[in-house]
Ligand binder design. Structure first.
Ligand SMILES: [Zn+2]
Length: 190
């Protein structure tokens, strides 16, 4: 048996004010579990993305989060039958799903999604993913240089290794940047 105090766990640099990994501290073998606190405007993820083999459940504890989700993948009820895991859907055709306090959603393997705090109140939530390894992860965001949605990757900023950036897969431009603020919480810089 393992026991942790969530508030004692390290804050990971993420697009959320606070994100504490519980997976390793609890010694989880087949489950990823993370605790999130999102300030207004924050996101659960660095980009609109999917997981090749991992299903994810988000439980909103307080506040209201909004997920932008792509098409339901074929075979989504059984990851073993997954046929087309990579269709992100056209930006105008994605659904928005509002998830209030003590509500939960499941995202099957393959489906693109990104959760946000579009509200004015802080969001607290748990994210659970299984199996622990998510396989390939495809990430997309709007590149200001290309003027289009592109594949992006997450990298350490070359000019400041303490900051994380997403980079356009087409032109190499920096798309977004996050850092640890003076108050100990994560913040988006651009
Ligand atoms: Zn670009």
């Amino acid at each position: 048996m393992d026991h942790v105090v969530v508030d004692d766990l390290d804050n990971s640099l993420q697009p959320a004010a606070v994100m504490r990994h519980l997976t390793d501290p609890l010694g989880c073998a087949d489950l990823a579990i993370n605790y999130y606190e999102l300030a207004p405007g924050d996101s659960f993820a660095f980009a609109y993305h999917n997981h090749e083999v991992q299903e994810e459940v988000f439980v909103v504890l307080s506040g209201t989060a909004t997920w932008v989700v792509g098409p339901e993948p074929a075979g989504s009820e059984d990851s073993a039958d997954l046929v087309d895991p990579v269709d992100p859907g056209a930006p105008g055709e994605r659904r928005e799903v509002r998830v209030g306090p003590m509500e939960a959603i499941r995202v099957p393997p393959g489906q693109f999604q990104r959760g946000w705090n579009f509200g004015e109140d802080r969001v607290t939530a748990l994210a659970l993913g299984a199996p622990l390894a998510y396989g390939e992860q495809l990430k997309r965001d709007d590149c200001p240089a290309c003027g289009d949605e592109v594949a992006v990757s997450i990298e350490r900023a070359s000019d400041d290794e303490s900051e994380l950036i997403t980079v356009c897969g087409d032109c190499g431009a920096e798309v977004a940047r996050w850092r640890r603020g003076d108050d100990g919480e994560n913040e988006r810089v651009r």
